[in-house]
Design a protein around this ligand. Sequence first.
Ligand code: GDP
Ligand code: MG
Length: 177
Amino acid sequence: GGFDHEGIDYMFKVVMIGDSGVGKSQLLNRFVRNDFHMNSKATIGVEFLTKTVLMDHKLVKAQIWDTAGQERYQAITTAYYRGATGALLAYDITNRHSFNHIEKWLDELHRHADKNIVVMLVGNKSDLSSIRQVPTEEAEDLAKQKGLFFVETSALDSNNVEPAFLGLLSHIYTRVS
Ligand code: GDP
Ligand code: MG
């Protein structure tokens, strides 16, 4: 790669999208800081967090953008999506509405983002499977139909959070390298 800054070979912009309350900010908090807040509805308070990972002997810096709650008002701007090579599209497995809105989020992506953007569909809050409203198989079927990668996660107990982000980054890497 030709990205000659602090030894970084590649820089990938990733955007977090999905309904309000599904756990986007806490997924990012878990991945970047290994931290979680149960009562924090507040967002991280910055536009993005970064994390650098080693992939195939290359240093890949992920710049991961989080919303400040604009998704509640369908007010995410085009600038948010500009230059993004990946999207982590999250729903809450205990909230059927958040899953029903996946198509709306894909439309939004196709309107505003690069058409080759890599999308990881994430069913979050797997720790709450006793009150699940979305069967895993149903999400797997949707992912297959739409050409998305898919995993269920828990930002609370960390389950699959690293594989979700690292999987997304490695699929982007495969596409650009
Ligand atoms: P966002 O609006 O999509 O950014 O959602 P947040 O990250 O702010 O999370 C919304 C609420 O869900 C907060 O109360 C979080 O603590 C909670 N939450 C987030 N992820 C999980 C999870 O994996 N399991 C459980 N049980 N709660 C979660
Ligand atoms: Mg948030």
